[in-house]
Design a protein around this ligand. Structure first.
Ligand code: SF4
Length: 469
């Protein structure tokens, strides 16, 4: 009997992509969203502009399903934005699938966002008290209401509105003839600019989207930067002065695709370096190294090289199990277990295994994998995790927002080892991880590892200031 298991553990909220001035804009967005699918699998959408009108198509499901029979001639025009959604806030449902489209007397606005606005509830309550009527339960809509209350050009109104938001966000806004890009002042989420051979501008949550469409990476969007693209060119501005980048470390550890570059660093090489460092910090007596597919593979290569223990394919993804993706509730998550990874008996039987994964959140998945390997005849399983223990929740758009969801929140590593039934368990140190990635500790958010949150979780709103706008 083949026993299998789904290995996705935790998700990041959403991926965004935008393109300005390309004759096949919506089709390009479709291909880019496919490359960003790992960032959100609940819903996908595209809004395109032909210079006079904005049109949209969106639905729940994977990109390829939402646009299965799509006639991109409906999404006419040279400018477009797209989004893949994983809901960590605002719940599911088609109304919250992005981009969102708003019409007013002064024009239309397409809007999508990646991240989490930590003062969203408070802002929303204030806006509702002042007469705003929300169409969705998504945080993203807040920016549209804030923009409506400001005066001046759209760039000025956007900059003013962004000052109210606290949290992690990467916004794309599309009007009939302009594309706006904004990143929060801590730069928690990756966002990169590129160009097509035709010189059309593109922007994406990850550079792997550029590879998929033949675009060239130009630069990363800076923390606190607001960019306006129109037929006159690109204008870069800032909405805040106190900007300091603290990129989410989990982007390097888990979320981003290995073929992406974040702030000039290859995600694959960062993970491999974490694996190498882990081998030095926590060696193990074993016959082989196995990486959890796909999340532990890059670190397993590094561990194997540094420890000089052969890397083997002891587990494979079961492609015939069909499409599954994790729904954002624990019940559905547990139902999904048992579908996607198989142990290869002929490889692991009678062997001592170092099992590498990138992180442990709830512990459910690694426990199932250990069981699979033992049932397939492995004699010892030494679990090595290429990141530190996740002890603290994330409030910036990742779906472990409570302590109860984290096995390491209240348990020692020894207790976790006993629960998951490993023969030994070790995590990479925080210093080891930061050194391996190759940037300074203060350039990262490390809050889920060390509890030091870069953004205050509660920011009282200046009511007087909000009311005049
Ligand atoms: S708390 Fe962790 S997951 Fe959340 S933004 Fe910071 S590093 Fe990323």
């Amino acid at each position: 009997m083949v026993k299998t298991i789904e290995n996705r553990q935790h998700h990041e909220e959403c991926g965004v992509f935008g393109i300005f001035n390309h004759p096949d804009a919506a089709n390009i967005v479709f291909h880019a969203l496919n490359a960003l699918q790992h960032r959100g699998q609940e819903g996908a959408g595209i809004i395109a502009s032909d210079g006079s009108n904005l049109r949209q198509r969106k639905n729940e499901g994977l990109v390829r399903d939402v646009f299965k029979h799509a006639d991109f001639s409906i999404l006419k025009g040279p400018h477009a934005i797209g989004h893949v959604r994983y809901s960590t806030s605002g719940h599911g449902g088609i109304m919250n699938v992005q981009p969102l489209l708003f019409h007013s007397q002064t024009g239309s606005l397409g809007l999508c966002h990646n991240g989490n606005i930590v003062n969203a509830l408070e802002l929303k309550a204030h806006l509702e008290q002042q007469g705003s009527i929300f169409q969705t339960t998504s945080d993203t809509e807040i920016i549209a209401h804030l923009i409506k209350r400001q005066r001046g050009t759209l760039l000025e109104r956007l900059k003013e509105s962004l000052l109210y938001l606290e949290g992690a966000f990467a916004f794309l806004l599309l009007t009939e003839d302009e594309l706006y890009i904004a990143l929060d002042k801590h730069g928690l989420r990756p966002l990169s600019l590129g160009q097509m051979p035709s010189n059309a501008w593109v922007v994406a949550s990850e550079t792997c989207a550029f590879e998929a469409i033949g675009a060239t990476f130009v630069r990363d969007v800076h923390p606190g930067e607001v960019i306006r693209l129109n037929l006159q060119g690109l204008v870069s501005d800032k909405y805040a002065e106190d900007c300091h980048q603290q990129m989410c470390m989990m982007e390097y550890v888990y979320f981003a695709r290995p073929d992406s570059l974040i702030e000039g660093i290859s995600v694959y090489h960062a993970r491999k370096a974490c694996g190498r460092r882990l081998a030095v910090e926590s060696p193990a007596e074993a016959d082989m190294v196995i990486g959890v597919p796909d999340s532990g593979m890059s670190a397993a290569v590094g561990y194997s090289e540094a420890a000089q223990i052969p890397l083997e394919l002891g587990m494979i993804k079961n492609k015939s199990a069909g499409r599954t993706f994790i729904e954002p509730s624990q019940d559905l998550r547990e139902e999904a277990v048992g579908l996607k990874i198989s142990a290869i008996r002929s490889v692991v039987q009678g062997k001592r295994v170092v099992l590498i994964d990138d992180s442990i959140v709830r512990g459910t998945t690694i426990m199932q994998l250990i069981k699979l390997l033992k049932q397939a005849g492995a004699t010892a399983i030494h679990v090595r995790i290429a990141s530190p223990e996740i002890r603290f929740p994330c409030f910036y758009g990742v779906d472990f927002s409570t302590y109860d969801e984290l096995i390491s929140a209240h348990k020692t590593s020894r207790e976790v080892k006993d629960i998951i039934q490993a023969d030994s368990l070790a995590f990479l140190s925080v210093k080891g991880m930061v050194d391996a990635v190759g940037r300074k500790p203060n350039q990262h958010c490390l809050a889920c590892f060390n509890g030091r949150y870069p953004i205050h979780l509660y920011q009282p709103i200046d009511e007087a200031n909000l009311e005049i706008k």
